[in-house]
Design a protein around this ligand. Structure first.
Ligand SMILES: [Zn+2]
Length: 509
Protein backbone atom coordinates (compact mmCIF):
# COMPACT_ATOMS: atom_id res chain seq x y z
CA UNK A 1 0.00 0.00 0.00
CA UNK A 2 1.20 3.51 -0.78
CA UNK A 3 0.44 6.42 1.52
CA UNK A 4 0.77 10.12 0.89
CA UNK A 5 1.20 12.92 3.45
CA UNK A 6 1.57 16.63 2.73
CA UNK A 7 4.31 18.53 4.44
CA UNK A 8 6.43 21.59 3.73
CA UNK A 9 10.07 22.52 3.61
CA UNK A 10 12.20 25.61 3.57
CA UNK A 11 14.51 26.99 0.89
CA UNK A 12 16.23 30.05 2.29
CA UNK A 13 13.30 31.91 3.86
CA UNK A 14 10.66 30.58 1.44
CA UNK A 15 8.36 27.70 2.22
CA UNK A 16 7.40 25.05 -0.32
CA UNK A 17 5.01 22.12 -0.23
CA UNK A 18 6.68 18.71 0.01
CA UNK A 19 4.80 15.46 -0.35
CA UNK A 20 5.93 12.41 1.60
CA UNK A 21 5.10 9.02 0.04
CA UNK A 22 5.72 5.72 1.74
CA UNK A 23 5.47 2.26 0.17
CA UNK A 24 6.37 -1.30 1.11
CA UNK A 25 8.64 -3.38 -1.02
CA UNK A 26 10.08 -6.85 -0.70
CA UNK A 27 13.35 -7.47 1.05
CA UNK A 28 14.91 -7.28 4.46
CA UNK A 29 13.34 -4.81 6.92
CA UNK A 30 14.87 -1.38 6.52
CA UNK A 31 13.92 2.24 5.83
CA UNK A 32 15.19 4.14 2.81
CA UNK A 33 14.58 7.87 2.43
CA UNK A 34 15.01 9.26 -1.09
CA UNK A 35 14.48 12.67 -2.72
CA UNK A 36 17.59 14.79 -1.95
CA UNK A 37 17.58 14.40 1.83
CA UNK A 38 20.37 15.95 3.91
CA UNK A 39 21.92 14.18 6.89
CA UNK A 40 19.28 15.33 9.38
CA UNK A 41 16.52 13.94 7.13
CA UNK A 42 18.36 10.66 6.61
CA UNK A 43 18.59 10.24 10.37
CA UNK A 44 14.82 10.63 10.74
CA UNK A 45 14.45 6.84 10.71
CA UNK A 46 15.79 6.38 14.23
CA UNK A 47 13.64 9.12 15.72
CA UNK A 48 10.51 8.00 13.86
CA UNK A 49 10.96 4.35 14.87
CA UNK A 50 11.30 5.26 18.55
CA UNK A 51 8.33 7.65 18.40
CA UNK A 52 6.09 5.04 16.73
CA UNK A 53 6.76 2.60 19.55
CA UNK A 54 6.35 5.19 22.30
CA UNK A 55 2.91 6.06 20.86
CA UNK A 56 1.88 2.40 21.17
CA UNK A 57 1.99 1.49 17.48
CA UNK A 58 4.01 -1.19 15.69
CA UNK A 59 6.97 -0.64 13.43
CA UNK A 60 6.24 -2.67 10.27
CA UNK A 61 8.56 -5.63 9.68
CA UNK A 62 9.20 -4.95 6.03
CA UNK A 63 11.27 -2.87 3.66
CA UNK A 64 9.95 0.72 3.56
CA UNK A 65 10.81 3.40 1.03
CA UNK A 66 9.98 7.02 1.76
CA UNK A 67 10.06 9.42 -1.17
CA UNK A 68 10.16 13.18 -0.66
CA UNK A 69 8.89 15.18 -3.64
CA UNK A 70 9.59 17.41 -5.55
CA UNK A 71 12.87 15.68 -6.33
CA UNK A 72 14.69 18.86 -7.38
CA UNK A 73 14.43 20.49 -3.94
CA UNK A 74 16.98 19.81 -1.21
CA UNK A 75 15.25 18.52 1.91
CA UNK A 76 16.93 19.96 4.97
CA UNK A 77 16.53 19.51 8.70
CA UNK A 78 14.33 17.34 10.89
CA UNK A 79 11.01 18.94 9.85
CA UNK A 80 9.96 15.77 7.95
CA UNK A 81 10.03 13.49 11.02
CA UNK A 82 6.32 13.85 11.70
CA UNK A 83 5.06 13.39 8.10
CA UNK A 84 7.35 10.39 7.65
CA UNK A 85 5.91 8.81 10.79
CA UNK A 86 2.35 9.41 9.60
CA UNK A 87 3.18 8.05 6.14
CA UNK A 88 4.61 4.84 7.65
CA UNK A 89 1.55 4.30 9.88
CA UNK A 90 -0.84 4.98 6.99
CA UNK A 91 1.05 2.71 4.57
CA UNK A 92 0.91 -0.11 7.10
CA UNK A 93 -2.83 0.42 7.60
CA UNK A 94 -2.55 1.35 11.27
CA UNK A 95 -4.23 4.71 10.68
CA UNK A 96 -6.62 5.97 8.00
CA UNK A 97 -5.27 7.88 4.99
CA UNK A 98 -4.37 11.43 5.96
CA UNK A 99 -6.59 14.36 4.89
CA UNK A 100 -5.64 15.82 1.50
CA UNK A 101 -5.85 19.45 2.54
CA UNK A 102 -3.72 19.23 5.69
CA UNK A 103 -0.01 19.82 6.13
CA UNK A 104 2.07 18.20 8.86
CA UNK A 105 5.48 19.31 10.07
CA UNK A 106 7.66 18.79 13.10
CA UNK A 107 10.77 17.21 14.54
CA UNK A 108 10.29 14.24 16.84
CA UNK A 109 12.08 13.40 20.06
CA UNK A 110 12.61 9.71 20.85
CA UNK A 111 9.71 9.92 23.32
CA UNK A 112 7.30 11.21 20.66
CA UNK A 113 7.26 14.85 21.76
CA UNK A 114 7.22 17.43 18.94
CA UNK A 115 10.13 19.83 18.80
CA UNK A 116 9.94 23.25 17.12
CA UNK A 117 11.29 23.64 13.59
CA UNK A 118 12.86 26.57 11.76
CA UNK A 119 10.77 28.35 9.13
CA UNK A 120 7.30 27.39 10.42
CA UNK A 121 5.72 30.68 9.33
CA UNK A 122 7.02 30.44 5.74
CA UNK A 123 5.84 26.81 5.57
CA UNK A 124 2.38 27.69 6.90
CA UNK A 125 2.16 30.47 4.28
CA UNK A 126 3.16 28.00 1.56
CA UNK A 127 0.45 25.62 2.77
CA UNK A 128 -2.15 28.36 2.61
CA UNK A 129 -0.99 29.39 -0.87
CA UNK A 130 -1.32 25.76 -2.01
CA UNK A 131 -4.95 25.75 -0.90
CA UNK A 132 -4.53 23.69 2.27
CA UNK A 133 -6.95 24.33 5.09
CA UNK A 134 -5.05 23.05 8.13
CA UNK A 135 -1.49 22.86 9.37
CA UNK A 136 -0.39 20.67 12.26
CA UNK A 137 2.88 21.75 13.82
CA UNK A 138 4.87 21.78 17.07
CA UNK A 139 3.21 23.83 19.81
CA UNK A 140 6.19 26.17 20.14
CA UNK A 141 5.79 27.21 16.47
CA UNK A 142 2.12 28.16 16.85
CA UNK A 143 2.62 31.85 17.73
CA UNK A 144 4.61 32.64 14.58
CA UNK A 145 2.50 30.39 12.31
CA UNK A 146 -0.63 32.23 13.45
CA UNK A 147 0.64 35.16 11.36
CA UNK A 148 0.02 33.12 8.20
CA UNK A 149 -3.74 33.85 8.68
CA UNK A 150 -6.43 32.20 6.57
CA UNK A 151 -5.32 28.71 7.55
CA UNK A 152 -6.19 26.74 10.70
CA UNK A 153 -3.11 26.11 12.83
CA UNK A 154 -3.15 23.20 15.29
CA UNK A 155 -0.35 23.25 17.86
CA UNK A 156 0.61 19.66 18.68
CA UNK A 157 2.55 18.62 21.79
CA UNK A 158 3.17 14.96 20.99
CA UNK A 159 2.61 12.22 18.44
CA UNK A 160 0.21 10.53 20.87
CA UNK A 161 -1.97 13.63 21.03
CA UNK A 162 -2.06 13.97 17.24
CA UNK A 163 -2.85 10.29 16.64
CA UNK A 164 -5.68 10.41 19.21
CA UNK A 165 -7.10 13.33 17.24
CA UNK A 166 -6.68 11.69 13.82
CA UNK A 167 -7.98 8.24 14.81
CA UNK A 168 -10.63 8.97 17.50
CA UNK A 169 -11.39 12.62 16.81
CA UNK A 170 -10.03 13.72 20.17
CA UNK A 171 -10.17 17.52 20.26
CA UNK A 172 -7.01 19.40 19.38
CA UNK A 173 -6.49 23.06 20.31
CA UNK A 174 -6.41 25.73 17.60
CA UNK A 175 -3.88 28.55 17.59
CA UNK A 176 -5.48 31.90 18.38
CA UNK A 177 -4.92 35.14 16.48
CA UNK A 178 -1.35 36.45 16.20
CA UNK A 179 -0.07 37.39 19.65
CA UNK A 180 0.15 41.04 20.66
CA UNK A 181 3.75 42.23 20.89
CA UNK A 182 5.27 42.36 24.36
CA UNK A 183 5.67 45.63 26.21
CA UNK A 184 9.37 46.43 26.37
CA UNK A 185 10.69 45.30 29.77
CA UNK A 186 12.68 48.45 30.36
CA UNK A 187 11.71 51.03 27.78
CA UNK A 188 14.67 52.78 26.20
CA UNK A 189 13.43 56.34 25.91
CA UNK A 190 15.04 59.63 24.97
CA UNK A 191 13.38 61.10 28.07
CA UNK A 192 16.21 59.49 30.04
CA UNK A 193 19.00 61.10 28.01
CA UNK A 194 20.40 64.34 29.39
CA UNK A 195 21.14 67.10 26.90
CA UNK A 196 22.71 65.93 23.62
CA UNK A 197 20.19 68.05 21.74
CA UNK A 198 22.17 68.04 18.50
CA UNK A 199 22.40 64.24 18.42
CA UNK A 200 18.75 63.74 19.30
CA UNK A 201 17.83 66.13 16.50
CA UNK A 202 20.04 64.27 14.02
CA UNK A 203 18.47 60.95 15.02
CA UNK A 204 15.02 62.48 14.61
CA UNK A 205 15.96 63.49 11.05
CA UNK A 206 17.38 60.01 10.43
CA UNK A 207 14.17 58.38 11.66
CA UNK A 208 12.00 60.74 9.64
CA UNK A 209 13.84 60.31 6.33
CA UNK A 210 15.20 56.76 6.68
CA UNK A 211 18.78 58.03 6.65
CA UNK A 212 21.84 56.14 7.83
CA UNK A 213 23.87 57.83 10.56
CA UNK A 214 27.49 57.92 11.69
CA UNK A 215 28.07 59.11 15.26
CA UNK A 216 31.59 60.26 16.05
CA UNK A 217 32.72 61.11 19.58
CA UNK A 218 35.05 60.23 22.44
CA UNK A 219 34.52 57.21 24.71
CA UNK A 220 31.80 57.76 27.29
CA UNK A 221 30.01 60.46 25.31
CA UNK A 222 26.92 58.25 25.08
CA UNK A 223 27.00 57.11 21.44
CA UNK A 224 25.68 53.61 22.08
CA UNK A 225 23.18 54.82 24.68
CA UNK A 226 21.78 57.20 22.06
CA UNK A 227 21.85 54.62 19.26
CA UNK A 228 19.99 52.02 21.33
CA UNK A 229 17.14 54.48 21.83
CA UNK A 230 16.81 55.10 18.10
CA UNK A 231 14.14 52.40 17.53
CA UNK A 232 11.93 54.16 20.11
CA UNK A 233 11.34 57.07 17.71
CA UNK A 234 10.69 54.94 14.62
CA UNK A 235 7.09 54.36 13.55
CA UNK A 236 5.71 50.97 14.67
CA UNK A 237 6.03 48.02 12.28
CA UNK A 238 3.21 47.74 9.76
CA UNK A 239 1.49 44.36 9.47
CA UNK A 240 3.43 43.52 6.32
CA UNK A 241 6.73 44.59 7.85
CA UNK A 242 6.13 42.47 10.94
CA UNK A 243 5.36 39.46 8.77
CA UNK A 244 8.64 39.94 6.87
CA UNK A 245 10.58 40.20 10.13
CA UNK A 246 9.05 37.05 11.60
CA UNK A 247 9.63 35.10 8.38
CA UNK A 248 13.35 35.91 8.45
CA UNK A 249 13.76 35.23 12.18
CA UNK A 250 11.73 32.06 11.79
CA UNK A 251 14.23 30.71 9.25
CA UNK A 252 16.93 30.79 11.93
CA UNK A 253 14.61 29.17 14.51
CA UNK A 254 13.72 32.41 16.33
CA UNK A 255 10.20 32.95 14.96
CA UNK A 256 8.46 32.75 18.33
CA UNK A 257 10.76 35.46 19.69
CA UNK A 258 10.10 37.68 16.67
CA UNK A 259 6.33 37.14 16.89
CA UNK A 260 6.36 38.80 20.33
CA UNK A 261 9.05 41.37 19.65
CA UNK A 262 8.26 44.84 20.98
CA UNK A 263 9.09 47.48 18.39
CA UNK A 264 11.50 47.12 15.52
CA UNK A 265 14.43 44.72 15.57
CA UNK A 266 17.85 46.10 16.45
CA UNK A 267 21.02 44.10 15.87
CA UNK A 268 24.36 45.15 17.33
CA UNK A 269 27.09 42.72 16.27
CA UNK A 270 30.57 43.14 17.79
CA UNK A 271 33.37 44.57 15.64
CA UNK A 272 35.13 41.20 15.56
CA UNK A 273 32.13 39.67 13.73
CA UNK A 274 32.91 37.70 10.56
CA UNK A 275 31.42 38.56 7.16
CA UNK A 276 29.30 35.38 7.22
CA UNK A 277 27.70 36.40 10.52
CA UNK A 278 26.78 39.82 9.19
CA UNK A 279 25.71 38.85 5.66
CA UNK A 280 24.51 35.29 6.28
CA UNK A 281 26.50 32.10 6.16
CA UNK A 282 26.35 28.40 5.65
CA UNK A 283 23.91 26.47 7.74
CA UNK A 284 24.97 23.24 9.45
CA UNK A 285 25.94 20.35 7.20
CA UNK A 286 26.49 22.32 3.99
CA UNK A 287 22.95 23.62 3.87
CA UNK A 288 21.88 26.82 2.17
CA UNK A 289 23.21 29.93 3.91
CA UNK A 290 20.99 31.24 6.70
CA UNK A 291 20.14 34.93 7.14
CA UNK A 292 22.77 36.98 9.00
CA UNK A 293 22.55 40.09 11.14
CA UNK A 294 21.85 42.39 8.20
CA UNK A 295 18.70 40.40 7.40
CA UNK A 296 17.73 39.97 11.04
CA UNK A 297 17.87 43.79 11.18
CA UNK A 298 15.45 44.00 8.20
CA UNK A 299 12.82 46.72 8.84
CA UNK A 300 14.84 47.72 11.88
CA UNK A 301 18.22 48.99 12.91
CA UNK A 302 21.76 47.71 12.48
CA UNK A 303 24.03 49.29 15.08
CA UNK A 304 27.77 48.97 14.46
CA UNK A 305 29.82 50.36 17.33
CA UNK A 306 33.59 50.92 16.83
CA UNK A 307 32.84 51.15 13.11
CA UNK A 308 36.44 51.51 11.81
CA UNK A 309 37.51 48.48 13.90
CA UNK A 310 35.37 46.10 11.83
CA UNK A 311 37.23 43.83 9.44
CA UNK A 312 37.44 45.32 5.99
CA UNK A 313 35.80 42.26 4.39
CA UNK A 314 32.98 42.50 6.92
CA UNK A 315 32.37 46.16 6.10
CA UNK A 316 32.45 45.34 2.39
CA UNK A 317 29.38 43.14 2.81
CA UNK A 318 27.41 46.25 3.82
CA UNK A 319 27.67 47.87 0.43
CA UNK A 320 25.07 45.88 -1.50
CA UNK A 321 22.37 46.03 1.20
CA UNK A 322 22.90 49.76 1.70
CA UNK A 323 22.38 50.22 -2.05
CA UNK A 324 19.76 47.58 -2.94
CA UNK A 325 18.23 46.62 0.45
CA UNK A 326 18.92 42.94 -0.18
CA UNK A 327 21.90 40.67 0.44
CA UNK A 328 22.89 37.93 -2.00
CA UNK A 329 25.02 35.04 -0.79
CA UNK A 330 26.63 32.41 -2.96
CA UNK A 331 27.89 29.18 -1.47
CA UNK A 332 28.52 25.68 -2.75
CA UNK A 333 25.02 24.75 -1.60
CA UNK A 334 23.49 27.44 -3.79
CA UNK A 335 22.71 31.13 -4.06
CA UNK A 336 20.11 32.94 -1.98
CA UNK A 337 18.93 36.52 -1.73
CA UNK A 338 17.52 37.79 1.55
CA UNK A 339 15.81 41.09 2.38
CA UNK A 340 18.10 43.51 4.24
CA UNK A 341 16.41 46.89 4.47
CA UNK A 342 17.77 48.32 7.70
CA UNK A 343 18.84 51.69 8.97
CA UNK A 344 22.51 51.77 9.79
CA UNK A 345 23.67 53.55 12.92
CA UNK A 346 27.45 53.45 13.00
CA UNK A 347 29.50 54.84 15.87
CA UNK A 348 33.19 55.58 16.10
CA UNK A 349 35.85 57.33 18.11
CA UNK A 350 37.27 60.31 16.23
CA UNK A 351 40.76 58.76 16.40
CA UNK A 352 42.51 55.64 17.69
CA UNK A 353 42.86 56.92 21.28
CA UNK A 354 39.39 58.41 21.16
CA UNK A 355 40.21 61.97 22.23
CA UNK A 356 40.98 63.76 18.97
CA UNK A 357 40.20 67.45 19.26
CA UNK A 358 40.99 67.55 22.99
CA UNK A 359 44.32 67.93 24.83
CA UNK A 360 44.07 64.28 25.90
CA UNK A 361 44.62 62.98 22.34
CA UNK A 362 47.96 61.21 21.95
CA UNK A 363 47.65 60.45 18.22
CA UNK A 364 49.93 61.95 15.59
CA UNK A 365 48.05 63.73 12.79
CA UNK A 366 49.03 61.04 10.24
CA UNK A 367 47.66 58.38 12.57
CA UNK A 368 44.34 60.21 12.79
CA UNK A 369 44.09 60.40 9.01
CA UNK A 370 45.01 56.73 8.67
CA UNK A 371 42.33 55.77 11.19
CA UNK A 372 39.66 57.75 9.35
CA UNK A 373 40.72 56.42 5.96
CA UNK A 374 39.66 52.92 7.03
CA UNK A 375 36.15 54.07 6.18
CA UNK A 376 35.92 53.56 2.46
CA UNK A 377 34.37 56.28 0.34
CA UNK A 378 31.60 54.10 -1.14
CA UNK A 379 30.48 53.20 2.36
CA UNK A 380 30.43 56.80 3.57
CA UNK A 381 28.47 57.68 0.44
CA UNK A 382 25.52 55.70 1.81
CA UNK A 383 25.56 57.46 5.20
CA UNK A 384 23.66 60.72 4.89
CA UNK A 385 24.22 62.08 8.41
CA UNK A 386 27.54 62.43 10.21
CA UNK A 387 27.17 63.72 13.73
CA UNK A 388 29.73 64.80 16.32
CA UNK A 389 28.79 63.55 19.80
CA UNK A 390 30.30 65.41 22.75
CA UNK A 391 30.33 64.41 26.40
CA UNK A 392 27.24 65.73 28.14
CA UNK A 393 27.61 69.45 28.83
CA UNK A 394 27.88 71.05 32.26
CA UNK A 395 24.67 72.96 31.57
CA UNK A 396 22.73 69.74 30.96
CA UNK A 397 24.11 68.17 34.14
CA UNK A 398 23.37 71.27 36.18
CA UNK A 399 19.83 71.42 34.84
CA UNK A 400 19.24 67.76 35.75
CA UNK A 401 15.86 67.36 37.40
CA UNK A 402 14.81 70.93 36.69
CA UNK A 403 13.83 70.47 33.08
CA UNK A 404 12.18 67.46 31.55
CA UNK A 405 13.77 65.88 28.47
CA UNK A 406 11.42 65.25 25.57
CA UNK A 407 10.04 61.68 25.58
CA UNK A 408 10.47 59.44 22.54
CA UNK A 409 6.71 59.35 21.92
CA UNK A 410 6.63 63.08 21.12
CA UNK A 411 9.59 62.81 18.75
CA UNK A 412 7.93 59.80 17.11
CA UNK A 413 4.83 61.90 16.38
CA UNK A 414 6.91 64.37 14.37
CA UNK A 415 8.63 61.47 12.62
CA UNK A 416 5.27 60.02 11.72
CA UNK A 417 4.04 63.32 10.28
CA UNK A 418 7.20 63.68 8.18
CA UNK A 419 6.81 60.11 6.93
CA UNK A 420 3.20 60.84 5.97
CA UNK A 421 4.37 63.81 3.87
CA UNK A 422 6.88 61.54 2.13
CA UNK A 423 4.29 58.82 1.50
CA UNK A 424 2.03 61.38 -0.20
CA UNK A 425 4.87 62.84 -2.27
CA UNK A 426 6.31 59.50 -3.36
CA UNK A 427 2.98 57.75 -4.06
CA UNK A 428 3.40 55.55 -7.14
CA UNK A 429 7.09 56.48 -7.62
CA UNK A 430 8.62 53.39 -6.00
CA UNK A 431 10.54 55.62 -3.57
CA UNK A 432 9.83 54.86 0.10
CA UNK A 433 11.59 57.64 1.94
CA UNK A 434 13.91 60.60 1.36
CA UNK A 435 17.03 58.47 1.84
CA UNK A 436 15.95 56.46 -1.23
CA UNK A 437 15.51 59.39 -3.64
CA UNK A 438 17.52 58.41 -6.72
CA UNK A 439 19.99 60.94 -8.10
CA UNK A 440 17.91 61.28 -11.28
CA UNK A 441 14.80 62.41 -9.35
CA UNK A 442 16.59 64.89 -7.08
CA UNK A 443 15.33 67.93 -9.01
CA UNK A 444 11.67 66.75 -8.88
CA UNK A 445 11.58 65.94 -5.20
CA UNK A 446 13.98 68.51 -3.73
CA UNK A 447 12.96 71.98 -4.97
CA UNK A 448 14.98 74.81 -3.39
CA UNK A 449 13.96 78.44 -2.90
CA UNK A 450 16.31 81.10 -4.41
CA UNK A 451 18.21 81.73 -1.15
CA UNK A 452 18.80 78.00 -0.70
CA UNK A 453 19.98 77.72 -4.32
CA UNK A 454 22.53 80.48 -3.75
CA UNK A 455 23.71 78.87 -0.53
CA UNK A 456 24.07 75.48 -2.21
CA UNK A 457 26.11 76.93 -5.09
CA UNK A 458 28.45 78.64 -2.63
CA UNK A 459 28.79 75.52 -0.48
CA UNK A 460 29.51 73.38 -3.52
CA UNK A 461 32.49 75.55 -4.46
CA UNK A 462 33.72 76.21 -0.94
CA UNK A 463 33.54 72.59 0.30
CA UNK A 464 34.49 70.88 -2.94
CA UNK A 465 31.48 68.56 -2.65
CA UNK A 466 31.37 65.39 -4.74
CA UNK A 467 28.19 64.59 -6.65
CA UNK A 468 27.40 61.93 -4.06
CA UNK A 469 27.93 64.31 -1.15
CA UNK A 470 25.74 66.86 -2.92
CA UNK A 471 22.89 64.31 -3.21
CA UNK A 472 23.26 63.29 0.44
CA UNK A 473 23.00 66.91 1.45
CA UNK A 474 19.82 67.44 -0.56
CA UNK A 475 18.17 64.29 0.83
CA UNK A 476 18.82 65.44 4.39
CA UNK A 477 17.63 68.98 3.61
CA UNK A 478 14.46 67.42 2.15
CA UNK A 479 13.81 65.64 5.46
CA UNK A 480 14.52 68.77 7.51
CA UNK A 481 11.95 70.58 5.36
CA UNK A 482 9.45 67.74 5.83
CA UNK A 483 9.85 67.93 9.61
CA UNK A 484 9.14 71.65 9.22
CA UNK A 485 6.04 70.95 7.12
CA UNK A 486 7.53 72.75 4.10
CA UNK A 487 7.26 71.74 0.43
CA UNK A 488 10.22 73.84 -0.70
CA UNK A 489 13.67 73.61 0.88
CA UNK A 490 14.77 76.92 2.42
CA UNK A 491 18.24 78.23 3.28
CA UNK A 492 17.64 77.36 6.95
CA UNK A 493 16.83 73.73 6.06
CA UNK A 494 19.92 73.49 3.90
CA UNK A 495 22.13 75.09 6.56
CA UNK A 496 21.06 72.47 9.06
CA UNK A 497 21.77 69.67 6.58
CA UNK A 498 25.24 71.16 6.02
CA UNK A 499 26.00 70.81 9.73
CA UNK A 500 25.88 67.00 9.56
CA UNK A 501 29.24 66.47 7.88
CA UNK A 502 31.44 65.90 10.95
CA UNK A 503 33.54 63.11 9.45
CA UNK A 504 33.81 64.53 5.93
CA UNK A 505 35.28 67.66 7.49
CA UNK A 506 37.95 65.63 9.31
CA UNK A 507 38.80 63.38 6.36
CA UNK A 508 42.01 63.89 4.43
CA UNK A 509 41.53 66.06 1.34
ZN1 LIG B 1 43.78 60.40 19.52
Amino acid sequence: MVSLVHSAGLTGIDGRIVTVECFFSGGLPRLDIVGLPDKAVSEAGERVRAAVKSAGFDWPVSRLTVNLAPADMRKEGPVYDLPILLAVLAASGQIDPLPENAVFLGELSLTGALRPVAGALAMAMAARAAGCRTVYLPAENAAEAAYAQGITVHPVASVGQLLAHLTHGAPLPEAGPPPAPDEPAEPLDFAHVLGQENVKRALEIAAAGGHNVLLSGPPGSGKSMLAKRFPSILPPLSEDERLEVIRIWSAVGRGAEAARMAGRPIRAPHHTTAPQALAGGSGPGGRLPLPGDMSLAHNGVLFLDEFPEFRRDTLETLRQPLEDHVVSISRVAGRVTYPARFQLIAAMNPCKCGWYGTPRCTCRPEAVQKYLSRLSGPLLDRIDLQVAVRPVSYEALAARGTQAEEPSARIRERVRAARARQAARFAGSGVRCNADIPAARMADFCPLDPAAQAMLAAAFDRLGLTARAYDRLLRVARTVADLDGADVISAAHLAEALSYRAVDRALPG
